[in-house]
Design a protein around this ligand. Structure first.
Ligand code: DOR
Ligand code: ZN
Length: 348
């Protein structure tokens, strides 16, 4: 018989985009109602968060918008980031550094072009127990047959080399989308972890080709790739954990002549998770995947028993859009993942 309520700790989202300005003020207060108690925040703002001071100021803004949520902050890897800044950031509690290869996704114009250039930074991070968060794609290159479909697989050599050269550095391959990536992470040591999003557990290529609200980077891949993501969660592997990569963009930028990359799962993280995990027989892994594995990997104490969410098996229909007023005073809408569809679980 299937259960009708589930009591779990608030989820830890180890990869989310909370933006800045009006968009930040619209999406950050949704964390708690969405069932999230810890948010690991991406630094790809304009300009990027590239020093300790900016990260702390950003954290204070987020805390004011979502009291009771634990925020873990990251810096953007770029030429400004020195080993000295890493020592300072680590002392101030900044948790990680996010690396974006140049030009592969939203606000990655100042992303990196070579990993070896940053070896002194990685060494300082290793010494300070800071985590390297990798956007695992290489830039498209038609001359070398590289495009969005194989950009992640081709990146995996960099992951292996980084782990070989910095075996004690904690590295997270973010938002894995391929069987190849899952297998490489499984094969590497204890210091390599991996986030999986809600949408990559759901979508394949056919779902984003021609459907702008499902377009994100990395793109969802083949059914066998999605199967590998599901399989590793079902197996209970301790180094795989939830990172939603919730990435809100106003409707006009998703539906415009070129679609902004990002799927917005922020408003209903726990109900989506229960619905999706149950759809492939992994509901029993919810707690490991979303409340325990990430904390263990990052060395963060397990959540207090007070931060509990109760999921109820009742039909829950996702809103068609969420309204907000942008920085220019324009009325805008955000379209959540599975807008207008009905989930089997809601939060009490
Ligand atoms: O789809 C994505 N959206 N992938 C990323 O890596 C960035 C994100 C965003 O910031 O919009
Ligand atoms: Zn992201």
């Amino acid at each position: 018989m299937s259960v009708s309520t589930l009591s779990v700790p608030l989820a830890d989202d180890f990869h989310t985009h909370l933006r800045q300005g009006a968009l930040m003020r619209a999406v950050t207060p949704l964390l708690k109602p969405s069932g999230v108690g810890l948010a690991y925040v991406m630094p790809n703002l304009k300009p990027p968060i590239s020093n300790t001071e900016q990260a702390l100021a950003y954290k204070a803004e987020l805390e004011a918008l979502a009291p009771g949520v634990e925020f873990m902050m990251t810096l953007y890897l770029g030429p400004e980031l020195t080993p000295d800044e890493i020592h300072k950031a680590a002392k101030a509690g900044v948790a990680g550094v996010k690396s974006y290869p140049r030009g592969v996704t939203t606000n990655s114009d100042s992303g990196i072009e070579s990993y070896t250039t940053y070896y002194p930074v990685f060494k300082a991070m290793e010494e300070n127990n800071m985590v390297l968060n990798l956007h695992g794609e290489i830039p498209s290159d038609p001359n070398n047959d590289v495009c969005v479909m194989n950009a992640e697989e081709r990146f995996l050599t960099h992951l292996k080399e980084l782990h070989r050269d910095f075996p004690k550095l904690k590295i997270v391959l973010e938002h894995a989308t391929t069987k190849a990536a899952v297998e490489v992470v499984e094969s590497l040591g204890e210091t390599v972890g991996c986030t999986i999003t809600l949408h990559h557990l759901t979508l394949v290529v056919d779902d984003w080709a021609g459907q702008c609200h499902h377009f994100c980077k990395p793109v969802a891949k083949f059914p066998h790739d999605r199967e590998a993501l599901r399989r590793v969660i079902k197996s209970g592997h301790p180094r795989f954990f939830l990172g939603t990569d919730s990435a809100p963009h106003p409707r006009h930028l998703k539906e415009g002549p070129s679609a902004a990359a990002g799927v917005f799962t922020g408003p209903h993280v726990l109900p989506y998770l229960a619905h999706i995990l149950e759809s492939f027989g992994a509901l029993d892994q919810l707690r490991h995947f979303a409340c325990e594995n990430g904390r263990r990997f990052y060395g963060v104490a397990q959540a207090s028993s007070e931060s509990v969410a109760v999921l109820v098996r009742e039909p829950f229909t996702i809103a068609k859009e969420i309204h907000f007023t942008d920085d220019e005073g324009q009325e805008r809408a955000l379209v959540p993942f599975m807008a207008g569809k009905t989930l089997n679980w809601r939060l009490q």
